[in-house]
Write a protein of this length. Sequence first.
Length: 290
Amino acid sequence: MSAPAPGLHLPTSLVDKAVAEALAEDLGLGGDVTTVATVPAGTRAAGIIAARKPGTVAGVQLAEAAFKTLDPFVTFETIVGDGGKVEAGGAIAHVSGDARALLTGERTALNFLGHLSGIATLTARYVSAIAGTKARIIDTRKTTPGLRALEKFAVRCGGGVNHRFGLFDAVLIKDNHIIAAGGIGPALDRARAHAGHMVKIEIEVTSLDEIDEALQLDPDALLLDNMDLSMLKAAVAEVAGRVTTEASGGVTLDTVRAIAETGVDLISVGALTHSAPVLDIGLDFTEQSQ
């Protein structure tokens, strides 16, 4: 049995809320009419949740909760926990209990597992691509509405790092903020005056001149937006370790290694959450008894 990697655990309140909403969406006002019509009450079953392709697992807590919300007596034995690797055909969990509960919760469990494991799997590929450099892969706010905390959890399962969670927990001054504020200087001055001592301030820059202007006002980080490799190298040299540098814009698996080798600290990748393919995971019953 594989426990989740250290630190990879979702709050129970978040899991319960997400699962309850997903089940309510699926069950509507009439419940699972197919299962009720075809499976006699009291029927018991057992099955294996397995990956049909290799990947990195995320969402096991949610899958377990999907079944146990319907029947707390369902047995859910985790084989590969969140953050663990699974090969094609490899078991993620064994489930057993009331057949109706297993059938009704199946799609909700697999939707969470497949979607989040897909994000974790793609993240792990990016992390592997930059191994040996100092850079870290981070996510963005390009997430599915209502699922951000879960998707960012999946990024951590894949070895990535979370950027800010929303508009509330950090200041990120982007190009439109700069225009609306009247320039880099006014934007940073106002941000510094407004933000509490615990709030980090990052500002987007697109040229060496903008970097020099920003550095004079002591931000915590610079977002190096859509710079080519030569510009990124020059930017890193100009910053010279004074603040954290984040490369952003158009990052792919084909380009991420070269970007990391410029010496940036962070590489943000929106595709982790907005374009990750689902990891194919299924539940197959292995036995049934009355």
